[in-house]
Design a binder for this molecule. Structure first.
Ligand code: HEM
Length: 516
C-alpha cells in the first residue's frame, strides 16, 4: 500500500516537472526545427552521415534550427551569417565543449585541448600552442623533418611506379612520421637498432582512426542519460579499450623523455643532426614551470601529446587523398596544375615549402578540396555557456551548437555549381583558410579554431604539389573516372569510405628521383 502511495507521488512530481518544462519552453522562442519524439528527440532523423542529414533538415527548417538529441537541445547553424554569429560575434558564449563519453574516456577525462571545457586550463593550453608549440620559429625548426619524410614518400612512390597502390597508406605514413618526429622526437612506430617497436605503425594508425571515429560518433548514452550504463552501441567499451592502449604508449614516451632529461642526454636525431627540442620536451618543460597559472599534470602532458599526434596525422592524409581523387576524376585539372608547376618550378627540382606562395592554382586545388571535403564537416561541437538570443530566438545554456561547414561549402547562394570540383572559382578571389572568410571554414574560426592550421596547411600544400609535380596519375585497369567512388565515412574526420587505389608513373627526369 505504502509503495503505491509513493509511486503515485513520484508520478505526480514527474508529471509536474514535465509540465513546467513544457510551459517554460512554450514561453521561450526556440529556433524552428523538426518535432521531437519522446525520449529519443530527433535522433531517428540522423543517418550514417549526420552532416548530410542535418543539411537536408536545414533546407526545410532554415539556417538556424533546433533539434533534440535525446534530452540534449542541439542548435545547428548552416549559413555564413550563423557561422559568423557562433564563431565570431558571440564566440565567447559558444566556446564551451559538450561533456561526452569520448572526452571522458579517450582524452584523460577532458584534459586535452580539444575537449577541455572553457576556463583557465584551456586558455593556458591555447597560449602554449600559440607561444610554444606552433610558433613560426618552432615550425620552421622542424622543416627538415617535413622535407626528409616527404622525400621518403616520393621515393616510395617512385619504387612502386606502374603498380597498383593504396595512396592513403603512403600519405598516412608520411603524416605519422612527420608528426611523430616533431612531437615525440623520434619515430616510436618504426623499428630502430633492431629493437622492438613500441607499437607497430599499422597498429598505431588503426588506433588513431579509432580515436577519430569514436570522437565523432553519436553515442546514445551521451544524450539519453538513463540508458548510458547499457552502452547500447558498444562505443564506451571500445573507448576504454583504446584509451588503455594509448595510455600504455604515452607512458612509454614520457618515461623515456624523463629518463633522458634526468641524464641530460643531448642526442642526435635519426638523421644524425643535433636533436631539436621535440614537442613532448616543450610540454615537460612547461609542466615543471612553477609560474604556470594552472599546473600541467602528467595526464595533461599525455592528453596534449595525444591531441597533437591525432590532429596532425589523419587530417592532412585525408585531405591529400581527396585532392588526388578529385583530380583523377578531372584530368583537365591535372593538366592545368602541371602547367603551373612547369612554368613556376620547372622540371629540374622538387617543390619546397617556400615555393607554395607562388603556386596559386595548386593552392586553389587545396581550397576547393577543403570546401567539398572539410575534415570536420560540423567542426567540433560547442556548447552555449549562458542563455542568449540569436537572430531573435532563445538558446538555452548547455545547448550543443554545431556549425555545418559542409553545408556552407555547398550552398548554391554562395557557390556556382556547388557540387562541381572547380579550383578556378578561387583564382583572383581573396578567400583564405584562416577563419576570416566564413564561407570557407575547414579549420573553424574564433577562439576554438584549429591551433595546428599552419602546420596542417604546410604539410598538405607541399605534399599535394610534389605528388602532382613528380608523377602522372591513372586509375588501375579499365577503371574510368566515373567508376571512382567518392563516398565519405563518418567520424570526427570524414575520410574516403573506399580508399583510393591508383597507379603512378614518373613525370620528371629520372635523376631527380635518385637524389631523394
Ligand atoms: C591538416 C588539417 C587540419 C584540419 C582541417 C583541422 C581542423 C580542425 C577543426 C575543424 C577543429 C575544430 C575547430 C572548432 O571547434 O571550431 C580543430 C581543432 C583542433 N585541431 Fe586541427 N586540423 C588540422 C590539423 C591539425 C594539426 C596538424 C594539429 C596539431 C598538431 C591540430 C590540432 C587541433 C587541436 C588541438 C584542436 C582543438 C582546439 C580547441 O578545442 O581549442 N589540428 N582542427
Amino acid at each position: 500500500m505504502e509503495t503505491q502511495v509513493w509511486s503515485s507521488y513520484a508520478l505526480a512530481i514527474f508529471a509536474l516537472l514535465l509540465l513546467s518544462k513544457f510551459l517554460l519552453q512554450k514561453k521561450l522562442k526556440l529556433p524552428p526545427g523538426p518535432k521531437p519524439w519522446p525520449i529519443i528527440g530527433n535522433l531517428n532523423l540522423m543517418g550514417t552521415l549526420p552532416h548530410r542529414s542535418l543539411h537536408q533538415l536545414s533546407n526545410k527548417h532554415g539556417p538556424l534550427m533546433q533539434l533534440w538529441f535525446g534530452s540534449m537541445p542541439v542548435v545547428v547553424g548552416s549559413s555564413v551569417d550563423m557561422a559568423r554569429i557562433f564563431l565570431k560575434t558571440m564566440d565567447l558564449n559558444f566556446v564551451g565543449r559538450p561533456k561526452t563519453a569520448a572526452g571522458k574516456y579517450t582524452t584523460f577525462n577532458y584534459s586535452d585541448i580539444t575537449w577541455s571545457p572553457y576556463g583557465p586550463y584551456w586558455r593556458q593550453a591555447r597560449r602554449m600552442c600559440l607561444m610554444e608549440l606552433f610558433s613560426s620559429k618552432r615550425l620552421d625548426s622542424y622543416e627538415y623533418i617535413r622535407t626528409e619524410e616527404l622525400n621518403s614518400l616520393l621515393k616510395g612512390l617512385y619504387n612502386s611506379c606502374g603498380k597498383e597502390i593504396l595512396l592513403k597508406d603512403y600519405l598516412s605514413t608520411l603524416s605519422l612520421n612527420v608528426i611523430g618526429r616533431m612531437v615525440l622526437g623520434k619515430n616510436y612506430m618504426q623499428e630502430s637498432n633492431g629493437n622492438d617497436t613500441v607499437v607497430a605503425p599499422e597498429e598505431f594508425k588503426k588506433m588513431l582512426e579509432e580515436l577519430f571515429l569514436l570522437n565523432g560518433v553519436l553515442n546514445i548514452g551521451d544524450y539519453i542519460k538513463w540508458v548510458d550504463f547499457l552502452d547500447l552501441q558498444g562505443y564506451v567499451k571500445r573507448m576504454k579499450v583504446l584509451s588503455k592502449k594509448l595510455n600504455k604508449f604515452l607512458e612509454t614516451v614520457l618515461d623515456e623523455h624523463e629518463d633522458m632529461r634526468r641524464r641530460a642526454v643531448i642526442e642526435n636525431d635519426e638523421s644524425g643532426k643535433k636533436k631539436v627540442k621535440d614537442m613532448v620536451d616543450v610540454l615537460l618543460d612547461l609542466a615543471e614551470d612553477p609560474n604556470l597559472e594552472v599546473k600541467l599534470e602528467r595526464h595533461g602532458v599525455k592528453a596534449f601529446t595525444q591531441d597533437l599526434l591525432a590532429g596532425g596525422t589523419e587530417s592532412s592524409a585525408s585531405i591529400a587523398e581527396w585532392a588526388i581523387s578529385e583530380i583523377l576524376k578531372k584530368p583537365e585539372i591535372f593538366k592545368k596544375a602541371t602547367e603551373e608547376l612547369d612554368r613556376v618550378i620547372g622540371k629540374n627540382r622538387w617543390i619546397e615549402e617556400k615555393d607554395v606562395s607562388n603556386l596559386p592554382y595548386i593552392r586553389a586545388i587545396i581550397k576547393e578540396t577543403m570546401r567539398l571535403h572539410p575534415v570536420a564537416p560540423m567542426l567540433v561541437p560547442r556548447t552555449a555557456r549562458e542563455d542568449c538570443k540569436v537572430d531573435g530566438y532563445d538558446i538555452k545554456k548547455g545547448t550543443m551548437v554545431l556549425v555545418n561547414v559542409w553545408a556552407i561549402g555547398r550552398d548554391p547562394d554562395l557557390w556556382d555549381e556547388p557540387n562541381e570540383f572547380n579550383p578556378d572559382r578561387f583564382i583572383g578571389k581573396d578567400i583564405d583558410l584562416k577563419g576570416h572568410d566564413f564561407e570557407l571554414l575547414p579549420f573553424g574560426s574564433g577562439r576554438r579554431m584549429c591551433p595546428g592550421y599552419a602546420l596542417g596547411l604546410k604539410e598538405i600544400e607541399t605534399s599535394v604539389s610534389n605528388l602532382l609535380h613528380g608523377f602522372n596519375w591513372r586509375l588501375p585497369g579499365n577503371m574510368t573516372p566515373e567508376d571512382l567512388e567518392m563516398e565519405e565515412s563518418f567520424g570526427l574526420s570524414t575520410p574516403k569510405k573506399i580508399p583510393l587505389t591508383t597507379v603512378v608513373e614518373p613525370r620528371l627526369p629520372l635523376e631527380l628521383y635518385s637524389v631523394l
